[in-house]
Design a binder for this molecule. Structure first.
Ligand SMILES: [Zn+2]
Ligand SMILES: [Zn+2]
Length: 161
């Protein structure tokens, strides 16, 4: 398998490789992400789950989310470092990987700022080539066509698995 990027938790009990670039990268400024991360915003790479090869023991927690549908946060079972989130609202077959856990976070700069209306007034707003949105956005107009195609294929594969 090709490797586009690699990453790990703080204690190195969990390591991973990602075989392809993300579908899109979100900088989310919502209050939930602020609380969960203890920082002004989270940077999440939306990736195809099948592209992510993980090694090591994970712990999963069910949390609330802005959509009301909830999210499942996966952390290292040993050190508690958060690695990725599955939002129950989003199509199956994809997860949100914490960009800061990449060995080289420079690979995945934010494409969009979302929930910018909830931004901490003292926090910087990252440059985001595909736009800054007060809330969420319309995927069909914001996403690159090949990312939309990859997401549909991942959702179909996950549904038939
Ligand atoms: Zn760890
Ligand atoms: Zn958020």
């Amino acid at each position: 398998m090709t490797t586009w990027a690699s990453g790990r938790c703080l204690c190195e009990a969990v390591t991973y490789t990602l075989s392809h670039r993300p579908l899109i990268v979100h900088a989310c400024h919502c209050r939930d992400c602020q609380r969960i991360t203890g920082s002004p915003f989270v940077v999440n790479a939306w990736v195809v789950e099948a592209d992510l090869a993980l090694a090591g023991a994970l712990e999963r927690r069910s949390l609330s989310s802005g959509s009301g549908k909830g999210q499942e946060l996966s952390t290292c079972a040993a050190c508690g470092c958060a690695l990725f989130t599955r939002y129950l609202l989003t199509p199956p077959g994809t997860v949100f990987l914490r960009v800061a856990t990449l060995d080289d976070p420079a690979l995945a700069p934010p494409d969009v700022n979302i929930y910018a209306s909830a931004r901490a007034p003292w926090a910087p707003l990252p440059d985001a080539a595909r736009g800054t949105f007060d809330g969420y956005y319309d995927m069909k107009t914001v996403w690159a066509p090949d990312s939309l195609a990859r997401m549909r294929a991942a959702a179909l594969a996950a549904a038939s698995a």
